[in-house]
Design a protein around this ligand. Sequence first.
Ligand code: ZN
Length: 141
Amino acid sequence: MQVDKIEMGTVVDHIKAGKSAKIMRLLGIGEAYPHRVAIVLNVPSKKMGMKDIVKIEGKVVSQDAANLLALVSPGASVNIIKNGEIEKKFVVELPKEVNGMGRCPNPNCISLDSGKTSFRKDKENYRCHYCERLFPAEELV
Ligand SMILES: [Zn+2]
């Protein structure tokens, strides 16, 4: 499948197949986004079997924001495109802390009432600051 090159924006590659909708949500790309977005699903990949790719025109994602993507798709790679060229390329890494994002999966957690969230990475999981329970990364988003 051929997708037009973008002049300025972000390409997220090596997304676990089926996770691109969550990736878009984490990047804040919704119905109102005014520029071109290409989502390619189930692309054959030697390394992963199948992968998704998302190309977002007109939005440059910071490394901190991009690292949140590791919660749903560890190993995703991000290409920042400027003037039609790759300016920066990196693989997302699980953030040490997640603040003000996501939702505690514990239905009794007080953070659900306050709307505040704070999680700290503990090996491959995250611990909620409010109820101190440990959850797999993907359950936060
Ligand atoms: Zn909690």
